[in-house]
Design a protein. Structure first.
Length: 290
């Protein structure tokens, strides 16, 4: 939806029509989009895996872009690549999967590394520490004072309510929006997009926000029980902040009073040491006669 709004603004006033197709689109609008793709009246469609549905056909599909490629299964990607006869495919990911890397190594796919950050972008300052109420309050209040927003990420859906209660005690003057996978899809979508447009001080969610969300005003992220997240997840979550000109801050919190294993500490230390700012990985697939 966020990509759809961006594309709509950029192609406004041109003859290029843009459509949105996902589970949050109503049935009537969905039928309209599918008809427009079939007859070619819609030239660009932004969507989820709903694009791979059996009743979706394209008049003349020429380019497929798969963003966050590591989030798609092999079977689904094969289905997507079969949507057009002579289809150009661009797969992008900040955390490329071994299968894709192997395909690039043997020459089946071309690979490009994006290693230069946007102009004036600062590296995200990351801290690893046990949970502390005073420090948490200071971090959220500091972000609010510089007219920014904050992400708070819980490892499980059942952790949302206890953290929400804690936030309401610590920062009662800040508004908190909630988003997680057990919510009604339209309600979850509305909460995330509302936050992305600048409403709300804190978005409390699970790791569903780790991919693609662009909120320039959000420059602080707090990850609760960071030891329960994988390294790739933590890289992705940290990438949600520092997307503007302000300094991004990421706080990886562990459970207070409890030690973490050496393996977990090593994983978290790697996240601290690795600056993923501005890095990206793009795979371009050509039509090859193998």
């Amino acid at each position: 939806r966020q990509h759809f709004e961006t594309f709509s603004r950029r192609f406004e006033g041109t003859e290029v029509s843009v459509a949105l197709l996902s589970r949050v689109v109503g049935d009537a609008q969905s039928r309209k989009v599918k008809a427009g793709l079939a007859d070619g009246s819609f030239r660009i469609v932004l969507g989820t895996h709903a694009i791979a549905a059996k009743d979706v056909t394209f008049a003349d599909l020429g380019l497929l872009i798969i963003d966050e490629e590591h989030r798609f299964g092999v079977k689904l990607k094969q289905t997507l690549r079969g949507l057009g006869q002579k289809l150009h495919v661009l797969s992008m990911s900040a955390t490329p999967i071994p299968r894709t890397l192997a395909a690039a190594m043997v020459g089946v796919q071309e690979a490009s590394l994006l290693s230069t950050p946007p102009a004036r972008r600062r590296p995200v300052r990351t801290e690893l520490a046990p949970f502390d109420r005073a420090s948490l309050k200071t971090a959220l209040t500091r972000e609010h004072r510089r007219a920014g927003q904050s992400f708070c990420v819980a490892p499980r859906i059942e952790d949302i309510e206890p953290i929400l209660a804690e936030l309401r005690k610590l920062v009662p003057d800040l508004s908190v929006l909630v988003a997680h996978g057990d919510m009604n899809p339209s309600e979850m979508d509305e909460a995330i997009v509302t936050f992305a447009t600048g409403d709300g001080d804190i978005l409390l969610s699970t790791n569903i926000i780790e991919n693609g969300l662009d909120v320039p005003r959000a420059n602080t992220i707090v990850v609760f029980r960071a030891d329960r997240f994988g390294m790739a997840q933590l890289h992705q979550l940290r990438g949600r902040v520092g997307r503007g000109r302000l300094q991004g801050l990421a706080y990886l919190l562990t459970e207070a009073g409890k030690d973490i294993s050496p393996e977990t500490r090593s994983r978290l230390s790697t996240v601290l040491a690795f600056d993923r700012l501005g890095s990206g990985f793009a795979i371009s697939a050509r039509d090859l006669d193998l």
